[in-house]
Design a protein around this ligand. Structure first.
Ligand code: 6PG
Length: 480
């Protein structure tokens, strides 16, 4: 018998994806894992899936119908290269190798180029939604060639999450485009999580409400414009009570946030592209700061505000925080989409921004109501230069910005860190400023390095003779 799709790597994500594939009409799934026991275990546990097990790469290839299509679900990095090397040996031109892990998009570009030499298609596909999503329907962000999409499209559509009747998958763009977009998705995920965490912290410390009470607030928020998976699960996490101590679980979890690197990649890439993803960067740095126990202990007796702080009108404060969260979230998405636009330009991808927002509506970690507004914004104006200037977001920022300012002021006065809230507000005010002190920075650069400047009133490049008579000369641009 033959399979139309195979999965290599049967840890939780791989086996769940294989089960998802097998459960859809028309799919027969070959499975292969480095250790034979894991393959046997999965096949025995899920007889309903009708898996076709393979125990070496030759057998795996022989089990697949042509064009052979295999999804690799192994830990990103060297393991992926090793599996690709093996598959390339047993696959033929026209076959398709899909990497469904969280690979760095530049690795995907490199791999796609190398594999293409053999005539085999290599597709980097971002898959979001964790274990649950892999099993029941993830959001999928595939890159790769148009040829591979002909075969892969129907298969991925069959297993993707469905949002408002549409499968959460689209051909994002060529080579590394899928993994690039998945990376930015994760950066936005980091920002969204940090913003929600700051909202929780401010409400808790400002009003003295318990985690369970704050869970109710988040559950309420989840009925409005903030409706999203992350708000929903936050309420559940806050409601959880530790069985051992009887206290809220959130109070016994060590307050040092981990990270596997995709958020940092988003920021590193943004720095290279010159895109200010400040909200995402603050979210990544907030995790780093939390994970520095020695520095935190050494700094714990540094002075803070002299007066202790409680808000006078808790309900009004909670509503202000909700608005600050919404406004900051708009900034995070706007910055993320700026990075997608810049990446598409840099790497020559034709990425449809509205389609990306649409496939994030279901299955993935950042799924949210709000994404429909982004799709609409790009449908109205595909060349939108900054998402936050689209009519809907303009209106939303207009009605939230004063509350946002009050929250940031209050947080600063109370000594409560709100890096994502405050940096997002600074970004907003920076973008809308008439004049920026960047003019002074240009003056400084010209003073110490003759880096030159342009003028507001005439064309050309200028330099002031700072160490001479301080007259201005017109010059060629400095190469520094
Ligand atoms: C997803 C997630 C998933 C994972 C990330 C973030 O979209 O399903 O983003 O890929 O949770 O790797 O993990 P860290 O928070 O550990 O970096």
């Amino acid at each position: 018998s033959v399979a139309n799709i195979g999965v290599v790597g049967l840890a939780v994500m791989g086996s769940n994806l294989a089960r998802n594939l097998a459960s859809r009409e028309g799919n027969t799934v070959a499975v292969f894992n480095r250790s034979r026991s894991r393959t046997d275990e999965l096949v025995a546990e899920h007889p309903e899936a009708g898996f076709l097990p393979a125990y070496d790469y030759e057998e795996f290839a022989a089990t697949l119908s042509k064009p052979r299509t295999a999804i690799i679900m192994v830990q990103a990095g060297k393991g992926t290269d090793a599996v690709i090397d093996e598959l390339v040996q047993v696959f033929e031109p026209g076959d398709i190798i899909v990497d469904g892990g969280n690979a760095l998009f530049t690795d995907t570009i490199r791999r796609e180029k190398a594999v293409r030499e053999t005539g085999i298609n290599f597709v980097g596909a971002g898959i979001s939604g964790g274990e649950e999503g892999a099993l029941n329907g993830p959001s999928i962000m595939p890159g790769g060639s148009d040829e591979s999409w002909v075969t892969l499209g129907p298969i991925l559509r069959s297993i993707a999450a469905v949002a408002e009747g549409e499968p959460c998958v689209t051909h994002v763009g060529h080579d590394g485009a899928g993994h690039f977009v998945k990376m930015v998705h994760n950066g936005i995920e980091y920002a969204d999580m940090q913003l929600i965490a700051e909202a929780y912290d401010l409400i808790r410390r400002g009003t003295g409400k318990s985690p369970a009470e704050i869970a109710d607030i988040f559950a309420q928020w989840n009925k409005g414009e903030l409706e999203s998976y992350l708000i929903e699960i936050t309420a559940e996490v806050l409601r959880q009570v530790d069985a051992e101590t009887g206290t809220p679980l959130v109070d016994v979890i060590l307050d040092q946030a981990g990270a596997k690197g995709t958020g940092a990649w988003t920021v590193q890439t943004a720095l290279d592209l010159g895109i200010p993803v400040s909200g995402i960067a603050e979210a990544v740095f907030a995790r780093s700061l939390s994970s520095k126990p020695a520095q935190r202990a050494a700094a714990s007796d540094l002075p803070g505000p002299s007066e202790s702080w409680k808000v006078s009108d808790p309900d009004a404060f909670v509503e202000d925080v909700r608005k600050a969260l919404y406004a900051s979230k708009i900034v995070a998405y706007s910055q993320g989409f700026d990075e997608i636009v810049a990446g598409a330009q840099q790497y020559g991808w034709d990425i449809k921004k509205g389609d990306i927002a649409a496939i994030w509506r279901g299955g993935c970690i950042i799924r949210a109501q709000f994404l429909n507004r982004i799709t609409e914004a790009y449908a109205e104006d595909a060349g939108l230069v900054a998402l936050l200037t689209a009519p809907y977001f303009r209106e939303a920022l207009g009605r939230t910005q004063e509350a946002w300012r009050r929250v940031v002021v209050t947080a600063a006065q109370a000594g409560i860190p709100s890096p994502a809230f405050s940096s997002s507000l600074a970004y907003y005010d920076g973008l809308r400023a008439d004049r920026l002190p960047a003019a002074l920075v240009q003056g400084q650069r010209d003073f110490f390095g003759a880096h030159t400047y342009k003028r507001v009133d005439k064309d050309g490049v200028f330099h002031t003779l700072w160490s001479g008579d301080r007259s201005e000369i017109e010059t060629e641009p400095s190469t520094h």
